[in-house]
Design a protein around this ligand. Structure first.
Ligand SMILES: [Zn+2]
Ligand SMILES: [Zn+2]
Length: 258
């Protein structure tokens, strides 16, 4: 593994460690590219609604400035990219774009942590057997990817569906086929694996292996050590290889400028 595009900072309230330490860790692992993609700020319509797992809008300037300075400092040793991990919330996304386009950001990755516009309270990792919600997760995610503004789909198997396995299989196949048409990679998420979460889901990845969209490994690092965890990376590569999947080494980043 020589690149990781899924890296957080403490601004999201659930990550630790200075940005510099993430960069140093990537260098130690011999990476040639490191992308930061902390949880995006969002502007919510409901007064007083607080989304605790993301930076606030007023933190974005410092995020970008800090990383620009590190990019300059480390320019001869590693390529640093500045991005955000964003949900696609249809009602709120245009305002978000207007805001983040004021900054020199390199890319977005899609992490669809909640459905609709978040304030409805339907969170993707919460187990449900409701096939309508599964459809909503897929349709909303595909609508996001179809904007052309996202460079890849992070933990695409984040939605925890406990209902009819045939419905789940249809869902994964539909998702894979469209993502393949869009030529966008699906992320095999190392955080889910290291924390024993329901993803990466073997059923999901068996179907990925059959449908063959592009795949990339993402560390989803919430601390510097997680940027390069050699045992975990080796294990993930072995799992993917067992499915006959060869992950991309680097991902072409799509611009978010208008
Ligand atoms: Zn996070
Ligand atoms: Zn993440």
């Amino acid at each position: 593994m020589i690149a990781n595009y899924h890296t957080h900072t403490p601004r999201c309230n659930h990550a630790d460690g200075k940005e510099r330490r993430y960069v140093e860790r990537a260098l130690k692992g011999g990476f040639s590219e490191l992308g930061f993609s902390d949880h995006t700020p969002y502007f919510f319509d409901e007064p007083g609604y607080y989304s605790s797992f993301r930076m606030r809008p007023e933190q974005l300037p410092d995020y970008v400035e800090t990383l620009l300075a590190l990019r300059e400092e480390y320019r001869d040793r590693i390529r640093l990219f500045i991005g955000l991990e964003a949900e696609y919330y249809p009602k709120l996304f245009p305002r978000l774009l207007d805001y983040i386009r004021q900054f020199p950001l390199d890319y977005l990755i899609l992490g669809q942590h909640a459905l609709y516009n978040e304030t409805e309270g339907v969170f993707s990792p919460r187990p449900t057997d409701d096939a309508k919600l599964l459809d909503q997760y897929r349709n909303q995610s595909l609508e996001a990817l179809e904007t052309g503004l996202f460079s890849y789909f992070a933990h695409p198997d984040l939605f925890c569906f406990t209902g009819d396995p045939r419905a789940y299989e249809r869902h994964v196949r539909t998702l894979c086929r469209r993502v393949k048409e869009l030529d966008l990679p699906l992320e095999f998420n190392l955080l889910g694996r290291s924390e024993g979460k329901h993803y990466p889901d073997p059923v999901f990845w068996r179907i990925v292996a059959e449908e063959q969209p592009k795949v990339v490994i993402g560390c989803d690092a919430h601390n510097p050590a997680a940027v390069w965890n050699p045992a975990l990376i080796a294990e993930a590569e072995a799992v993917l290889s067992g499915f006959g999947i060869t992950p991309l080494q680097t991902v072409p980043l799509r611009p978010i400028r208008a």
